[in-house]
Design a protein around this ligand. Structure first.
Ligand code: THU
Length: 135
């Protein structure tokens, strides 16, 4: 992936972060996923008064993309005001391993968006459980 495309994806994640619905944690996260056809789909974290129902920016972006019929992805960018950028939680790693296995995850601190750190989904969740055969 060209650096210019990575920068564009990061910019989309930074824009999405502005829409974060995070009245409880006040930790605003934006994500942007790049479908293989070139389309970028964004998401932000959405929190609930029933805290456990909160959904991370990564999953919002992924679910939006899947629900729009996108099935193949090249990369995801995640941005938050966090040293080194926010690492996806375990739940998001699971969903990425299932639906975006070949994807590169780019994380950035919103204060230093040109400092990108990149991880392969396969490295974020080695040995992922991605399906089962019925008995
Ligand atoms: N959060 C994300 O959206 N993505 C991450 O990678 C880490 C955590 C959200 C969930 C919750 O709204 C807030 O950050 C604090 O955990």
């Amino acid at each position: 992936m060209r650096p210019a495309d990575k920068a564009r994806l990061v910019r989309a994640a930074l824009q999405a972060r502005k829409k974060a619905v995070a009245p409880y944690s006040r930790f605003r996260v934006g994500a942007a996923i790049l479908a293989r056809g070139g389309k970028i789909i964004t998401g932000c974290n959405v929190e609930s008064a029933s805290f456990g129902l909160t959904c991370c920016a990564e999953r919002v972006a992924l679910f939006k993309a899947l629900s729009e019929g996108q099935t193949s992805f090249a990369a995801m960018a995640v941005a938050a005001r966090h040293p080194g950028g926010p690492m996806p939680c375990g739940a998001c790693r699971q969903l990425l391993a299932e639906y975006a296995p070949g994807t590169t995850v780019i994380v950035v601190d919103s204060r230093q968006p040109t400092r990108r750190r990149e991880f392969a989904v396969a490295d974020l969740l080695p040995g992922a459980f991605v399906g089962f055969a019925p008995e």
